[in-house]
Write a protein that binds this ligand. Structure first.
Ligand SMILES: *[C@@H]1O[C@H](CO)[C@@H](O)[C@H](O)[C@H]1NC(C)=O
Ligand SMILES: *[C@@H]1O[C@H](CO)[C@@H](O)[C@H](O)[C@H]1NC(C)=O
Ligand SMILES: *[C@@H]1O[C@H](CO)[C@@H](O)[C@H](O)[C@H]1NC(C)=O
Ligand SMILES: *[C@@H]1O[C@H](CO)[C@@H](O)[C@H](O)[C@H]1NC(C)=O
Ligand SMILES: *[C@@H]1O[C@H](CO)[C@@H](O)[C@H](O)[C@H]1NC(C)=O
Ligand SMILES: *[C@@H]1O[C@H](CO)[C@@H](O)[C@H](O)[C@H]1NC(C)=O
Length: 328
């Protein structure tokens, strides 16, 4: 049947707009070329063209690219910073690596463990900066998420006043080390009336209380080693996440050197930082039905940011189909 092949190409072309609107394709629209491998079904030779290689552990050690695991806190003398003590691995589900609440993204995951954006969108104080060794140098923190005391809308106002757990974060996405991983400076702060200092052992405890919020069981900070691993399952808005956590050494020193508030955080001879970083790899194990119904579903709302990125993807698809049609 000579007409069959051209017809199927035509049919595929008809399907293109809906393919591009599938929630999954928002992942492929991510500028990181690694993630467009989900389109290898349509364009099998693209995989070998992808230049970057995902590091096996899901992040690049900042020091390898001239970066550092301590942030720079503004207004400190001598210059001091906070430890980057949690990493969300670049091997996590690509949806989770998108800083968005839609489609089960980063913000939705953090709502599943009780963290949300700042009180009424306010932000006080100068940003800290960090150099993740990805070629971007020192850049401002992306944002701060705070423990919300069970109230996603207003709970972070309580955190701001009473103190509590919070983290600033950066993404390792520069050209020379584009893992897509998130690096957090996590700490547990005192009430605003006490100048938002950090509590005793507040870097290690902030890290471990956040991890405890993922595992839903307390983490014993003093018992941790570089072989400690945990898993946890959490959910929000119908998305179910399974996280695996591994504590690693070798990225941060077990030390107080250069650490902000070191004198009040590390007391009785203890270092302010124990030298362990919790590496979290997050998988989405269940998506709600309303997130997979494409353009028709309320959960399938397209992030406006991803629309420009969809254009090249659609163009690639069109041209590969055209090549296919020429070959018939
Ligand atoms: C970083 O933050 C400072 C202080 O808010 C601001 O002046 C500066 O423009 C920011 N830099 C970038 C690159 O956004
Ligand atoms: C969850 O976080 C809160 C606030 O930091 C903390 O008090 C609580 O102990 C954490 N839960 C677990 C199980 O670690
Ligand atoms: C935490 O670990 C330390 C050291 O292994 C141990 O002495 C302590 O009893 C543990 N605490 C709890 C609450 O399990
Ligand atoms: C774990 O820590 C020990 C020291 O406590 C060190 O000798 C070892 O090299 C570390 N292992 C890894 C994989 O970092
Ligand atoms: C999708 O469904 C889940 C329950 O499965 C619900 O919690 C969530 O709010 C819904 N999301 C939207 C955008 O309707
Ligand atoms: C950090 O160093 C102290 C000694 O300064 C040691 O007691 C502690 O076990 C070390 N912590 C880790 C996690 O290796």
């Amino acid at each position: 049947m000579p007409t069959a092949k051209p017809f199927s190409v035509f049919f595929l072309l008809l399907c293109l707009p809906s393919l591009a609107l599938l929630p999954g394709s928002a992942l492929a629209a991510n500028p990181h070329s690694r993630r467009s491998s989900s389109f290898s079904f349509f364009w099998p030779w693209r995989r070998s063209n992808a230049a970057r290689s995902e590091p096996s552990n899901g992040y690049f050690a900042p020091a390898d690219g001239g970066g550092t695991m301590l942030t720079k806190a503004p207004g400190t003398f001598p210059p001091a910073g906070e430890p980057l003590n949690i990493i969300i691995s670049g091997s996590s589900d690509p949806a989770v690596l998108k800083d968005s609440q839609a489609l089960g993204g980063f913000r939705n995951f953090f709502l599943s463990i009780g963290f949300s954006g700042e009180c009424l969108g306010q932000h006080s104080g100068l940003p800290q900066t960090a150099d993740l060794g990805d070629g971007n140098g020192f850049v401002n923190e992306t944002a701060v998420l705070r423990y919300n005391y069970g109230d996603p809308a207003l709970g972070t106002c309580q955190e701001t006043i009473q103190g509590g757990n919070h983290f600033r974060y950066w993404t390792q996405n520069g050209k020379s080390a584009d893992s897509g991983a998130y690096f957090f400076a996590t700490s547990y702060e005192k009430p605003i009336a006490q100048g938002h200092d950090i509590i005793v052992n507040g870097y290690n405890l902030g890290r471990d209380w956040l991890i405890g919020n993922i595992t839903n069981t307390p983490i014993n900070t003093t018992a941790l080693t570089n072989t400690s691993t945990f898993t946890g399952t959490t959910s929000y808005a119908g998305f179910v996440y399974t996280s695996s956590i591994a504590y690693v050494s070798g990225l941060l020193p077990n030390s107080s050197d250069g650490v902000n508030h070191a004198g009040t955080v590390g007391v009785n001879g203890a270092n302010a930082v124990d030298g362990l970083v919790a590496v979290v790899t997050i998988a989405i194990t269940t998506k709600p039905a309303n997130a997979t119904s494409g353009a028709a579903g309320s959960g399938g709302r397209l992030d406006p940011q991803s629309i420009p990125a969809l254009i090249p993807t659609t163009f690639l698809l069109l041209s590969s189909l055209l090549l296919g049609a020429l070959a018939l």
